[in-house]
Design a protein around this ligand. Structure first.
Ligand code: SF4
Length: 210
């Protein structure tokens, strides 16, 4: 169990899963730069949060619900949580996260959604088997099952998040294809500050040894 003072932002998990250096630049060093992709994403999240809550016969839709977990040491906000009627008295939570882009080959989005489900499970003392990610391109929902593997991955990432937050160290850059769409590319300079810079350091070390 984590004290509230150690809580990390739920959204930080996605940054960490995408790139540990991106997480450190944003959350340790306070760097942020909007690009087209992040601006589109922000507008989509704002729309999802700002809409009215809705109540239909068998579904209640709650927007911008605050979430937390003492077990994982996380707090944040869900875009949308649907409550599906189970019977006359009980409702089943079903988190829905909005993403402006298309489904990605990695599990960054799934981990963030799963963390929301784990928060809801702790807050409401229930079990949640599934949720969904709504992708803007194309406009469709993808249902995500919270498997044991996904839960373990999410919990491992939470541990890493707390470890890195405590260590307070920004990892070195490692240039990869994700860098090309990273909003912090110009601040990070992965081609300059990454492995190549170490080659230069080694070269300089060798030169000064001679
Ligand atoms: S540019 Fe690449 S290495 Fe740098 S923060 Fe972005 S993804 Fe990470």
């Amino acid at each position: 169990m984590y004290p509230e003072s150690d809580f990390q932002q739920l959204s930080a998990l996605q940054h960490l899963a995408y790139c540990p250096r991106q997480w450190a630049l944003i959350h340790l060093e306070g760097c942020w730069r909007e690009n087209v992709l992040t601006a589109e994403g922000r507008v989509m999240h704002d729309r999802a949060h700002d809409g009215e809550d809705e109540s239909r016969r068998d579904v209640r839709i709650v927007r911008g619900l605050r979430l937390h977990s003492f077990r994982l040491g996380l707090s944040g906000m869900a875009d949308v949580v649907e409550f599906h009627r189970r019977d006359q008295q009980t409702w089943k939570p079903y988190p829905v996260e909005y993403k402006h882009g298309k489904p990605k080959p990695d599990i960054c989005d799934e981990v963030q959604l799963c963390a929301q489900a784990l928060c809801l499970e702790e807050m409401l003392e229930t079990t949640i088997e599934r949720g969904a990610i709504y992708y803007g391109k194309p406009r469709r929902r993808q249902e995500i099952e919270f498997t044991e593997t996904l839960r373990q991955e999410t919990e491992k990432l939470c541990e890493k998040l707390h470890y890195m937050a405590q260590a307070g160290i920004t990892p070195e850059a490692v240039y990869k294809k994700e860098c090309e769409s990273c909003s912090l590319f110009d601040q990070c300079l992965p081609k300059v500050t990454g492995k190549k810079s170490h080659q230069v350091e080694k070269y300089l070390e060798l030169m000064t040894e001679e």
